[in-house]
Design a protein around this ligand. Structure first.
Ligand code: MG
Length: 401
């Protein structure tokens, strides 16, 4: 669909005495027509679902996708998966679930300002980390190493396996039968192929990516300060922190450390969101009247200002050394990676120990890939529990999640 005109929903005159067509805001297509920019992904332009379904009377297709993700068991398991820090390190820090909600909140705010599709944005945000294995990035690294012969492991691709195959919620099809646009938003491999020919992902996808890194930059600072891995003094050398501290003290004066930490985090999010929106609004101004697909064809990439982009890069490289490679994290990660690796080898050597569902999958898929899927779906605690069973008992299948 190539013109703005083609995007407009049919306006229906329901009152025969008043033949003027009008917008009925109980109809999602009318709501989108009124509220969304032409370059947002409109429900009326959706390519639909693999298994055709009746449209819902009041929920838009992307709102249904969001609800399906929210109600999935893989989504609930995010509460038991570490983001950066494990449960052994306290209870204050973010899990993958709380991180996901922070990303959804930031992304939805930005989508609203840019008049993008908030339902699609929220669905993409809630799904973005659903494929993460237990134990954060060290879990992903070790699984990727173990699965080398089948192309490694990627949490983005595994998210698609979860929502297309592993979730079992409907009688007539496997998976969640999400809209094609929601699935495409998670398909990072396809984004790379499209980038090679100059196309960019939908703006809703780009907003979620930006919200993800804005959220983790800010909350990793908060968690690391709260856990004593860092001090505000050490951080205050960084340009972006200096800027956030100046804004905070300008607004509130001198504050006790705990309060300063929290306000600093608010300010860090606000600074980054404000900067991105300012630049993005300028960038998309010229696309008014064009469609989502035309924006993708143009290769538009929304971005931060150059100043903020370099300040963020400085913060991220500082966090990489001072937090992600902190000496308190290294032994915890090493032990978790060793447990995952040991389980992987036990199961590849003796597939009879896989739960029935995965033994069945192994009949039509490569065994290392299926073992990786089983391990990647686990929460941290479930992984530790099954590890004990895998090493302490020589036979019998492990539990399904
Ligand atoms: Mg994330």
């Amino acid at each position: 669909m190539n013109s703005k005109k083609a995007l407009l929903p049919k306006l229906v005159a329901l009152d025969p005495l008043n033949p003027e067509p009008f917008l009925d805001l109980s109809r999602y297509a009318d709501r989108e027509h009124l509220l969304l920019a032409s370059y947002a992904m409109h429900s009326s332009d959706s390519m639909g679902r693999l298994h055709p379904e009746q449209t819902h009377s009041y929920r838009a297709p992307f709102a249904r996708d969001r609800d399906r993700i929210l109600h999935s068991s893989a989504f609930r398991r995010l509460s038991g998966k570490m983001q950066v820090f494990t449960g052994e390190m306290g209870i204050y820090h973010r899990t993958r679930l709380t991180h996901t909600f922070e990303v959804a909140s930031v992304a939805r705010t930005m989508a609203r300002v840019l008049r993008l599709n908030e339902d699609l944005t929220e669905a993409l945000a809630l799904m973005h980390d659903i494929g993460h294995p237990p134990f954060g990035h060290c879990g992903e690294d070790i699984l990727s190493q173990c699965m080398n012969e089948v192309g490694g492991f990627s949490h983005n691709q595994f998210a698609l396996v979860i929502v297309e195959q592993l979730e079992q919620r409907y009688a007539s099809f496997p998976g969640l039968n999400l809209s094609r646009e929601t699935l495409a938003g998670q398909d990072v491999r396809a984004h790379k192929a499209e980038a090679a020919v100059g196309r960019s992902p939908m703006l809703e996808v780009q907003i979620v990516d930006a919200a993800d890194s804005i959220a983790y930059d800010a909350h990793d600072v908060d968690d690391a300060l709260q856990m004593g891995l860092l001090s505000i003094d050490e951080l205050s050398e960084l340009a972006i922190i200096k800027r956030a501290l100046t804004a905070t003290t300008g607004r509130h004066g001198l504050l006790p450390k705990a309060q300063l930490r929290q306000l600093l985090v608010h300010e860090l999010i606000d600074l980054q969101v404000g900067d991105l929106l300012g630049v993005a609004l300028e960038q998309i101004r010229t696309f008014e009247g064009q469609t989502s697909s035309e924006v993708s064809d143009s290769g538009l990439r929304i971005r931060h200002s150059q100043t903020l982009a370099s300040e963020r890069a400085e913060l991220e490289s500082f966090l990489f050394d001072a937090v992600y490679r902190h000496e308190r994290l290294i032994p915890v990660r090493k032990a978790a990676a060793d447990r995952l690796e040991a389980m992987f080898h036990v199961l590849v050597k003796d597939p009879a120990r896989l739960p029935l569902r995965f033994r069945t999958r192994a009949e039509s898929n490569e065994l290392p890939a299926v073992v990786g899927e089983y391990l990647a779906g686990m929460t941290d605690a479930f992984c530790d529990q099954q590890y004990r069973y895998a090493v302490e008992s020589a036979s019998g299948p492990l539990a399904d999640w």
